[in-house]
Design a protein around this ligand. Sequence first.
Ligand code: FMN
Length: 216
Amino acid sequence: MHVLIINGSPRVKKYSNTDKILAKFTEGLTEGGSTFEQYEVSDRGCWDTIRDAFGKNTNILIALPLYVECIPGLLMEFLETLTPKNKDTSIAYILQSGFAEGVQLRCGEAYLKILTEKLGCNYAGTLVKGDNFSIRFFNEDQRDKVTTPYMEMGRIFAKKGDFESEECKKFTGPEIFPLGVRIMVGLVFKTFAKKSFKQVAAEWGCTKPLDYRPYK
Ligand SMILES: Cc1cc2nc3c(=O)[nH]c(=O)nc-3n(C[C@H](O)[C@H](O)[C@H](O)COP(=O)(O)O)c2cc1C
């Protein structure tokens, strides 16, 4: 199977977590006997080429980060330029995010199903996983630990051509954290994280408090 892969992150390839995830995923995909071509929507100069590849390919994988609970605006802008196809084409998605709980990606996942219909294609499932904030800041070993599990998903995708299997569904991890963990995370955000956000904001030249609401 030949797969057209589109990285839907607005971040340039070098800084994109999605790209690091795709690097491992495609290792597995290739091991499983598939070939692929990959493009980035962050590279606007490529949009004509991606549109052309979208028209020609029947196995499409769009990998994207969750931005403000749904799909990044730049990807949306690109998708709006596509001409809908016929049902010979399947689209699968890798939807990844910063926060770890599966539940917060479900709205985006539901949207991707609708989007596939609008594009006139068959929905081949979404691989859903969070906890990826730090990939681009990690050293190689730490990064490998987080991204290597995607290799197995690549192998499965090469075999099945979709993300509908139980293994892919389990890949999400916890749908929601236990109460104790949620209380702890809440405390961290109210104390330590708040302090570091304030520090970063000050370094970036922000002079107002982070909860400043001038229009309230
Ligand atoms: C503008 C923006 C909005 C984001 N919104 C969310 C969000 O709603 N939920 C979440 O879990 N992560 C969110 N994130 C984190 C990204 O999903 C996460 O860091 C992802 O791995 C980034 O992938 P990329 O580097 O390929 O763009 C957001 C990041 C940015 C920059």
